[in-house]
Design a protein around this ligand. Structure first.
Ligand code: ZN
Ligand code: ZN
Length: 125
């Protein structure tokens, strides 16, 4: 069971369908905390853990890292471009050692520690 960080509660990473699933990986919470502190503004958890049903409704891929609590989608008022840039900078500084994958979407970013992919960075519309 993960522990709350300075700015995030484990409950914020629970499945949004209300099923009670909240087996978020501590490394995801710690990354969110590091990113939040670097941005200096409140960060929303758009999606953390997802049960199978909610993942399907959210149009998540069948092997989504959200299913195993190893991913989170985050947004803030500074916008996803600023967040993506900040994550890249933090990673270059060695401050996000658990980061395996980061996707920039139009309004939010996805981060996960679900295993290395071909590329760490991706941009989607
Ligand atoms: Zn659920
Ligand atoms: Zn995601």
């Amino acid at each position: 069971m993960a522990k709350d960080t300075e700015h995030f509660k484990v409950s914020e990473f629970a499945c949004k369908c209300g099923c009670g699933k909240k087996d978020i990986d501590q490394r995801v919470m710690d990354m969110a905390e590091t990113i939040r502190q670097a941005l200096g503004v409140p960060v929303r958890v758009n999606s953390g853990c997802r049960c199978k049903e909610h993942n399907a409704r959210s149009k998540g891929v069948p092997n989504s890292k959200h299913l195993t609590g190893k991913a989170a989608d985050l947004s803030c008022n500074l916008g996803s471009a600023k967040m993506f840039e900040t994550v890249k900078k933090l990673h270059a500084e060695g401050k996000l050692p658990a980061l395996d994958y980061c996707i920039k979407y139009r309004t939010f970013i996805h981060i996960d520690c679900g295993g290395k992919r071909k590329s760490l960075w991706e941009v989607r519309a």
